[in-house]
Design a protein around this ligand. Structure first.
Ligand code: ME8
Length: 511
């Protein structure tokens, strides 16, 4: 097993405030980063902001600010997501930092030197909001094929990247790395796009000034996507031969929304190949959220503010809902009603309840001291088998970035835990002194199922998982320092430990 893991979010445009889409990508990456740490790997987790380009320049002008002033204001909203959503990123990059200028210019120079970047003239249809040029055949009725907004005809001298040369190398890379683009359906889309032929790509602009200058070419700034994609290596210290770059590159997962997959799976590996840098190992494209059945948009006034969700429901419930509600990779629909329903029925009534009722009975019947389990009966074997299979099931799911399946496996364990308590009826056993050993075994197993669930929930609902963990492993290491292979094994709950009588981690959300 590779002992390092490098995961990135897209860098977010500072022309607007964070919304559910930003929160979603960042939360998914955080769950993966935390998971891989708990496998014992060294993890680098990068996020940041995309601060150059026409979009930011225009937004700033509309507010009477310089682009840098706008970026300095808005960046704090994105940096604030880290504490608000309990994100464990190890780096934050702003594309306006000097280290990033050095990195982008270095990469650009390498492709100039290899002859893959040359001077020409660009004419095409430009979508300002997406910062993308399209050919006449790609646009539909004068509109951008991805966002549907009107495009404008533009002509300017430009440096070009010889993308056409990389058609075969890219197809070859996709063939040799079948997991490079996930999910599978998206991979097929990208392969078909590249098989359709690649045009050289305009990678500089003279029509705007808010960007990184093309080396030795006054008046040209580097195309914002070339600039933005390079953040993934700048964040590790490129081009300095830093330990981070040597250790963590190539990235394991660039997590992106489905709309920006092409930039990551086609352009980015080609830029890197041209400069003699290894391409990333994986790009995962997740789906999009609608809000109560409608496309999210400012004009509809239905933009979901992650800060507001955290204020209302807490970060854990919000994280849980986003990761549990949809098959990771597909589109989903956000509704607060569903969020509350899931948080109440799964986090409060299943996960929280299993621990609480078990702790309550432990306090009542054993003065809070965990009994040693005795002989196993068939009902115990069903629960312990589920408990034993849970960590491997979560591991398999996380391996294929099926985050929803990981959560389903954990909820399945606590559901079985509650059914176990229901069927073994410890309160009835407590009436007979002769059944004390059996009572002890039942409570041990119920608590052990909670312990395994608490451990496995740590990547997804970190704050709540820590509280559950503290109740079950008093005085132990924080759950984020636990190891899945060691602590995920069934039967590690310490007999003889004294546990609290209650632990309310998920109070019911009142509506
Ligand atoms: O694209 N549901 O930045 P960005 C889910 N700067 N995800 C959504 C969404 C929705 N309704 N709306 C948007 C950029 N997103 C570039 C990236 S990376 C080198 C440069 C996602 O702030 C979208 O898919 O416009 C994208 O992944 C992310 O939000 C950032 O969007």
């Amino acid at each position: 097993m590779k002992d390092t893991f490098y995961i990135t979010t897209p860098i977010y445009y500072v022309n607007d405030v964070p919304h559910i889409g930003h929160a979603y990508t960042t939360i998914a990456c955080d769950a993966l980063a935390r998971w891989h740490r708990m496998l014992g790997k060294r993890v680098f987790f990068l996020t940041g902001t995309d601060e150059h380009g026409e979009k930011v320049q225009k937004s700033a002008a509309a507010k009477g600010l310089s682009p840098r002033e706008l970026a300095d204001q808005v960046v704090t909203n994105f940096q604030g997501l880290t504490p608000a959503l309990t994100i464990s990123n190890t780096g934050f990059i702003r594309t306006t930092e000097p280290r990033h200028y050095a990195s982008v210019q270095d990469l650009f120079r390498k492709s100039l030197a290899s002859g893959d970047i040359y001077l020409g003239e660009y004419e095409g249809w430009y979508c300002v909001p997406d910062e993308a040029y399209w050919t006449a055949t790609q646009i539909t009725d004068g509109n951008c094929p991805t966002c549907g907004r009107p495009v404008e005809k533009r002509k300017e001298p430009s440096w070009f990247f010889r993308l056409s040369k990389y058609q075969e190398p890219l197809l070859d890379y996709y063939r040799k790395h079948p997991a490079f683009i996930r999910p599978e359906s998206r991979r097929n889309e990208v392969v078909a796009f590249v098989e359709g032929g690649l045009n050289d790509l305009s990678v500089s602009r003279t029509s705007l000034s808010w960007g990184i200058p093309v080396p030795e070419a006054p008046g040209h700034v580097i195309y914002v996507w070339y600039d933005a994609l390079t953040n993934y290596i700048t964040g590790l210290g490129y081009p300095s031969p830093t330990a981070e770059f040597g250790t963590f590159w190539p990235a394991d997962i660039h997590m992106v929304g489905k709309d920006i997959l092409r930039f990551h799976a086609v352009y980015w590996p080609a830029f890197l190949m041209s400069a003699g840098v290894a391409p990333p190992l994986g790009v995962f494209a997740h789906g999009w959220w609608t809000v109560e059945g409608q496309k999210m948009s400012k004009s509809l006034g239905n933009v979901v503010d992650p800060y507001e969700m955290v204020r209302k429901y807490g970060a854990d419930a919000f994280r849980y809902f986003l990761l549990r509600e949809v098959s990771f990779g597909l589109d989903g629909d956000f509704s607060e009603k569903e969020l509350v329903r899931r948080a109440n029925s799964e986090l409060a009534d299943k996960l929280g309840n299993l621990l609480n009722r078990s702790l309550g009975m432990l306090g009542k019947y054993f003065a809070g001291v965990v009994p040693a389990p005795g002989r196993s009966e068939p009902a115990d074997a069903v629960l312990s088998a589920c408990g034993r299979e849970c960590a491997p099931a979560v591991a398999a799911a996380m391996d294929e970035v099926a985050i929803h399946k990981a959560l389903a496996a954990i909820i399945d364990l606590v559901t079985k835990g509650n059914e176990y308590v229901q069927s073994t009826q410890p309160w009835a056993l407590a009436k007979y002194p002769g059944k004390r050993a059996r009572l002890g075994t039942v409570l041990y197993n119920a608590l052990e199922a909670s312990r395994v669930a608490a451990l496995l929930m740590a990547p997804f609902t970190p704050t709540a998982a820590q509280k559950l963990w503290e109740a079950l492993v008093p005085g132990g290491e924080p759950v984020e320092n636990a190891r899945i292979d060691r602590d995920g094994a069934w039967g590690r709950l310490a007999a003889g430990a004294t546990l609290p009588a209650a632990c309310i981690v998920f109070p019911k959300i009142e509506t």
